[in-house]
Write a protein that binds this ligand. Structure first.
Ligand SMILES: C[S@@+](CC[C@H](N)C(=O)[O-])C[C@H]1O[C@@H](n2cnc3c(N)ncnc32)[C@H](O)[C@@H]1O
Length: 235
């Protein structure tokens, strides 16, 4: 996986990812809106609807970044805490929503009690975790039985024509624009980091092992984005 000069080796991935998000934090939201034409917020709203997040639900937004999902969930009446590894991203989240509860934490060691939340959301972060099975196990631990996990991630369209167009955009255009407006290395890492993303059958197996059931996948953005939903099994 670390054959590319951009991708970190497993021993250095955590520090690499944290430093990268600290660097790009000030322009992170602007770049997301620009590169997706504003669709990213639509995908986040779709995930929250799919999870049926409602008034009074307690939600952990894992890898909250600048807090987009957390802010949308809170607007819907949920009690939300956002957790992230990168302090630079959390600072942006705090500037946007000064009253948002935030914690600096690694996904494999969450500072929350067992069975303490109704839902865990996680947007566009799976590729960045160092230990996906351990992170899913932590999500399962903090969720109450019957609680929902909702994940958004990038994907590759299945149709050949769309996949070809997507490859040009995602692998060539995005790193170019990202290099001009933000950080060259980070936006080269973005398409390359899909090498860290297991295919759905593997994700499903990891989620089952971690304690989840009823695992479903949806695609959106013409197949460029995937959403996963899973339910915490009773122990
Ligand atoms: C692409 S951003 C996504 C931010 C936000 N969820 C969104 O929807 O825009 C990925 C986030 O994952 C965080 N992250 C990466 N590895 C992490 C880890 N091991 N534990 C917690 N957060 C992590 C990064 O700091 C970054 O803020």
């Amino acid at each position: 996986v670390s054959a590319s000069p951009t991708l970190p080796d497993p021993a250095h991935k955590g520090a690499f990812v944290r430093a990268m998000f600290d660097r790009i934090a000030p322009r992170y939201d602007l770049m997301n809106r620009l590169l997706t034409g504003g669709m990213d917020q639509r995908w986040r709203r779709m995930l929250l609807r799919w999870l049926a997040i409602s008034n009074g639900d307690s939600v952990l937004d894992l890898a909250t970044g600048t807090g987009d999902l957390a802010a949308l969930a809170a607007r819907g009446g949920a009690r939300v805490v956002g957790a992230d590894l990168a302090l630079g991203m959390l600072k942006q989240a705090q500037v946007r929503e000064p009253r948002q509860s935030l914690a600096q934490a690694d996904g494999t060691r969450l500072p929350f009690r067992d069975a303490s939340v109704d839902a865990v959301t996680c947007g566009f972060a799976l590729r960045n975790f160092t230990d996906l099975p351990a992170t899913f196990a932590e999500c399962a631990r903090v969720l109450r039985p019957g609680g929902r996990l909702g994940v958004l991630e990038v994907d590759r369209p299945r149709s050949r024509a769309l996949c070809a167009l997507h490859t040009v955009y995602f692998d060539r255009v995005v790193p170019r624009i990202g290099g001009w407006l933000s950080d060259r290395e980070a936006y080269r890492y973005l398409p390359e980091s899909t090498a860290f993303l297991p295919p759905f059958p593997v994700l499903r197996e990891q989620l089952e092992r971690a304690g989840f059931t009823t695992i479903e996948k949806r695609t959106c953005g013409l197949g460029a984005v995937q959403a996963l939903r899973a339910v915490r099994r009773a122990p």
